[in-house]
Design a protein around this ligand. Structure first.
Ligand SMILES: [Fe+2]
Ligand SMILES: [Fe+2]
Length: 281
């Protein structure tokens, strides 16, 4: 069994300090095997914001993997934005823009989908070299290893917003992810928490690939949702997604979704909203 904490969109420079403290405390309690951070570590790609993000990473008591998001690229420093967009990110966060972890049970690959040379650089894209990397990394692994890809930009829209822009070149990437038997895609960017199966939207895919999107863990840029992160328990043939949401004083369990693998499909076995009606005194 493995437990992943999937946190995203921290946005240091525009964070709620109480929530940051609550997040560190909750991670200490949950003791994940690995923390996966899917981009937007800072609000503006300034040194001061990156220094705060670095200080946060230093406090994490467990191993972590991280990729950048669009906010980790400078907006106003045009020279740096076009010539060396990940300069601060590489200095303060990580020099590795495609981190990878593998052990006997899980393989986790991160890809950088943030781009500085497209018209609206909040959008993300996967390039052909990254599609090759997916094939090279996952294609060699035995079937029993649970395979996870994480990016900043999403592959699956929220259930109530099907026209949401997805990561560019998701079509060819999904075809390789399907061929390689990748089980789970993690992303952020939208500041909304939801999970589902890629097959529910991308009808050309004939094999289940689960998706978990994380809300913003610590930012005050909320989109009608609380700060939250995903606690993911992988215990074949089951996987459980628990949205741990900030309730004003602590992170507490929200929606819990449990899936079971049957052949090439992940079936939703149980779901618990976390809502408990008040009982009479
Ligand atoms: Fe974000
Ligand atoms: Fe973003």
């Amino acid at each position: 069994m493995k437990t992943l904490a999937h946190i995203s969109d921290l946005h240091f420079g525009r964070i709620d300090h109480a929530v940051v403290e609550g997040l560190v405390g909750d991670l200490m309690t949950q003791k994940p095997d690995l923390i996966v951070i899917s981009g937007d570590l800072v609000q503006r790609a300034r040194r001061r914001h990156f220094e705060e993000a670095r200080a946060f990473l230093e406090r994490l008591p467990f191993p972590y993997l991280v990729v950048p998001g669009n906010h980790d690229i400078p907006v106003y420093d045009l020279l740096r934005r076009f010539i060396d967009p990940f300069h601060h990110y590489k200095h303060y966060i990580s020099g590795d823009l495609s981190p990878f972890h593998v052990d006997d049970e899980i393989a986790v690959l991160g890809l950088n989908t943030a781009r500085s040379v497209i018209l609206d650089f909040s959008h993300g894209r996967i390039n052909r070299g990254q599609i090759d990397r997916i094939r090279d990394v996952f294609g060699e692994l035995p079937p029993h290893v649970f395979k996870v890809l994480f990016t900043h930009h999403p592959f699956l829209p929220p259930p109530d917003a099907p026209r949401t822009r997805l990561v560019g070149r998701h079509g060819p990437a999904l075809s390789v992810l399907e061929d390689c038997g990748v089980d789970l895609l993690l992303a952020g960017h939208l500041h909304r928490a939801y999970s589902g199966d890629i097959m529910s939207f991308h009808t050309q895919v004939a094999r289940s690939i689960l998706v978990a999107q994380a809300s913003t863990a610590t930012s005050t840029r909320l989109r009608n949702e609380a700060n939250a992160y995903n606690l993911i328990t992988i215990a074949r043939p089951h996987i459980t997604f628990e949205v741990r949401a900030w309730e004003g004083a602590a992170f507490t369990p929200g929606l819990v979704s449990r899936y079971r693998r049957r052949d090439h499909l992940w079936e939703l076995e149980a779901q618990d909203t976390g809502f408990r009606p008040a009982t009479a005194p």
